[in-house]
Design a protein around this ligand. Structure first.
Ligand code: 3HC
Ligand code: NAI
Length: 706
């Protein structure tokens, strides 16, 4: 097999080119090829300097993540970076595309770094539950200082070439677009100026500087801990950077880094985060995309300018697609435009958007009207009117009459039957659910709900829009609540039951936050408005089965007092003077006590572990039912929905991955235990029972062809 690394000569400059599509990941063959090429360069008297570059669309995007979890074969990357750095002749890294992780570490091992304009660099290992393990935590602080290195490494963010130049990470930004030409020109300039190798390990000024700041690492560690919310790797990254400053020498620092890297490699968090990484890519593989072709979308109509309509409008404008927003009357369209303007202004205030760009976006990407006929020429309509079947049906009947043939007609409904909505048109094949999450301009999840007659091209169009708007599209089938809200309904019920049985809502929220969620279910309900759930419960009261336990009386009573959460200053929590974080409310605890007394419930204590055992079991059991019914294609689709739309901690990998890691037999045993208390609610999913019976896990279903 030919090596993915080529060694050629451009006059007296050696060009070492890595060609391992799609992203030049550092597989075993690439590592071996790179080492061989560097050794060839050392012994090639015709070569005075070398350039390391990537072929195709990028430099090197990092280690080959697919090799993680298995023993890594030699040569290892830290050794290769050390060999490059020890070269007696100068080596220049020429960056384009994305130089990430191990890719940037190779570049840091080189003596000089040049980049073409659009190049990006970064050390994103933290997002995979590990740390830069090939000298990234040792060499970066030498170039940019310990504090800036900590920011870069613990955030994992990508940095543009201009910023990388300013920070000291790279030496030159080339105006051209050819990295090899840029690298060769830079190498020639070095030779002409008589400059030789400049090993990064020998640059120590920034290290000495960091030593002067005695409290630096306490500060960095406290900050990393706070932001990590239970994730290990950001904090361990700081330990590794600390070794760059305090280890007795560079090699000792490298050893410490490697040990910490290997320790993190063994953690369940690493496994979970890599599952999430590949999961976000796997969800884009759906049966309809095999034949479906995206339709051209150059203009979008959004109906409704409320919370969702304005958020969706912003999401589309951010993707550079012009939007016409339609509302019921002048006041409503003024309010809709106001929401869009306010959010854009927020971007200006935070320095994310220039005032000129805001003006340009409003002038070129936004128009508002009360006339539905304005939708005659749009390629895609996204309806976000009230969650009421009558209103939705009326809107879709009108759309059928107004929109041009081939226009995609999407609804943002949270729960309603999209087949019924599609049936209002003579073109049900063009109708689809595009379920955005609030705030729609920020949340990454887009559930793409495929109805019975939806055409594959329409599915492909929705996935294409997700991609253009930098969202993660996940395919769902039609049912009450699709994937996410249907599962949410179950664990919210568990939360209510836990309170009725003895936990306080504050204990439930604390347990959920302790598990790694940004917010507990009751703080979340206060934010969304308690009235939404109250209305739904009232609507469903008539059809509620008699076996079903009702455990929301305490919440109903809070609502009866006009306490709907943040917007009324009081809900499950009290919000003094518009505060976003609520305080515990003794009156709520009194209401709960009263309800328990009236219902004859003896309150008992629940530990945080017991709370989470039930909360997660409900999520997993319903997830299994969603799979069984084909509403979600694979377990990983549910994981991605929960991580990108519902705040599930990414480092736990999603509820289905969490179940696999805990052991499905243990999860089933928990459900059986709860089933003894409430057989109706806790009926185990047949799929779960079958998987346990066969000794298989959810992940076995991820590998199946869809
Ligand atoms: N290893 C293996 N496969 C990788 C990979 C990697 N590092 N990076 C990307 N891929 C695969 C993807 O899974 C995808 O495969 P598919 O087509 O079969 O689904 C394909 O390459 C293309 O990737 P994307 O769809 O993500 O392409 P984009 O153009 O949207 O993004 C990217 C490109 C920015 C490079 C993005 O893929 C990315 O962020 N990759 C991960 C980068 C990373 O985390 N690097 C650090 C690795 S850990 C490390 O280096 C350890 C070291 O410190 C020792
Ligand atoms: P909202 O009440 O904030 O906005 C609805 C808007 O639709 C109002 O501004 C109203 O004037 C307008 N409207 C009603 N009938 C109309 C018509 N015939 N023509 C034009 N405009 C009309 O409601 P929200 O929260 O934005 O929800 C909209 C839809 O999005 C609902 O289906 C909801 O279930 C769904 N959704 C809501 C989420 C949320 O978090 N609020 C999340 C995801 C989906």
């Amino acid at each position: 097999m030919s090596s993915p690394v080529a060694y050629t000569l451009d006059g007296d400059i050696a060009v070492i080119s890595i060609d391992n599509p799609p992203v030049n990941a550092l597989s075993h063959a690439v590592r071996q090829g790179l080492l061989d090429a560097v050794e060839t360069f050392q012994s090639d008297d015709a070569a005075k300097a070398a350039v390391v570059a990537g072929a195709g669309r990028t430099f090197i995007a990092g280690a080959d993540i697919k090799e993680f979890g298995k023993p890594l074969a030699d040569p290892q990357l830290p050794h290769i970076t050390n060999v490059i750095e020890a070269s007696a002749k100068p080596v220049v890294a020429a960056l384009h595309g994305t130089a990430l992780g191990g890719g940037l570490e190779v570049a840091l091992g080189c003596h000089y770094r040049v980049a073409v304009k659009g190049a990006k660099v970064g050390l994103p290992e933290v997002n995979l539950g590990i740390l830069p393990g090939a000298g990234g935590t040792q060499r970066t602080p030498r170039l940019v200082g310990a504090e800036a290195a900590a920011e870069m490494i613990t955030s994992g963010r990508h940095m543009g070439a201009a910023e990388a130049l300013k920070s000291g990470l790279i030496d030159h930004v080339d105006d051209g677009s050819d990295p090899v030409a840029a690298g060769v020109a830079y190498a020639r300039k070095l030779l002409a100026e008589g400059k030789g190798p400049r090993p990064t390990r020998n640059i120590t000024a920034r290290i000495e500087e960091a030593k002067q700041d005695k409290g630096l690492f306490d500060r960095l560690k406290a900050d990393a801990k706070k932001k990590a919310r239970g994730q290990l790797s950001p904090v361990v990254c700081i330990d590794a950077i600390m070794a760059a400053v305090y280890a007795k020498d560079f090699d000792e620092g490298m050893k410490i880094e490697r040990q910490l890297f290997q320790d993190l490699m063994k953690t369940p968090q690493r496994e979970a985060l890599i599952h999430a990484f590949f999961g976000e890519r796997a969800v884009g593989k759906v049966p309809e995309l095999k034949d479906g072709k995206p339709r051209k979308v150059e203009k979008i109509g959004v109906i409704g300018g409320g919370t969702m309509g304005s958020g969706i409008t912003l999401a589309m404008m951010n993707a550079g697609i012009p939007v016409v927003m339609v509302e019921r009357d002048d006041a409503a369209i003024a309010a809709g435009r106001g929401r869009v303007e306010k959010t854009l202004q927020g971007g200006v205030d935070r320095g994310k958007l220039t005032p000129d760009r805001r003006e340009w976006m409003l002038a070129n990407l936004y128009s508002g009207t009360t006339d539905m006929n304005a939708l005659a020429d749009v390629d895609l309509v996204i309806e976000a009117v009230f969650e009421d079947m009558g209103v939705k049906k009326e809107v879709f009947t009108k759309l059928d009459a107004i929109c041009k043939p081939g226009a995609v007609l999407a609804t943002n409904t949270s729960y309603l039957d999209i087949n019924q909505i599609a049936a209002m048109t003579k073109r049900p094949e063009d109708v689809i659910g595009m379920h955005f999450f609030s705030p729609a301009n920020i949340m990454r999840l887009l559930e793409i709900v495929v109805a019975d007659k939806t055409h594959p091209d329409v599915v492909a169009t929705a996935f294409d829009i997700a991609r253009r708007a930098a969202k993660v599209g996940v395919r769902a089938g039609v049912c009450d609540g699709f994937i996410g809200n249907r599962i949410l309904g179950k664990y919210l019920r568990v939360a209510q039951m836990l309170v009725e049985d003895g936990a306080t809502p504050y204990e439930v929220d604390e347990a959920v936050v302790g598990f790694g969620y940004p917010m507990g279910p009751f703080a979340m309900s206060d934010l969304a408005g308690l009235d939404i759930g109250w209305m739904t419960r009232k609507r469903k009261a008539a059809t509620r089965k008699k076996e079903e336990r009702y455990s929301a009386d305490w919440l109903d009573r809070i609502c009866e007092q006009g306490r709907f959460g943040q917007k009324t200053g009081r809900g499950v929590y009290i919000y003094p003077e518009g505060a976003r974080r609520g305080e515990h409310d003794p009156e709520v605890l009194q209401i709960i006590d009263d309800v328990r007394r009236e219902k004859g419930i003896n309150a008992r204590k629940f530990s945080a572990e017991e709370i989470m055992e039930r909360y997660m079991a409900a999520m997993i059991n319903e997830g299994a039912k969603v799979l069984e019914e084909g509403i979600a294609l694979r377990p990983v689709d549910i994981d991605v929905v929960q991580i990108t739309g519902y705040g599930h901690p990414r480092w736990r990998g999603g509820p289905m991955k969490h179940a696999d890691m805990r052991g499905l037999d243990k999860v089933l045993a928990s459900i059986r235990k709860f089933e003894a208390e409430d057989a109706w609610f806790w009926k185990p999913a047949q799929l779960l029972v079958d998987l346990v019976g066969r000794g298989e896990n959810f992940d076995s279903l991820n590998r199946k062809e869809v």
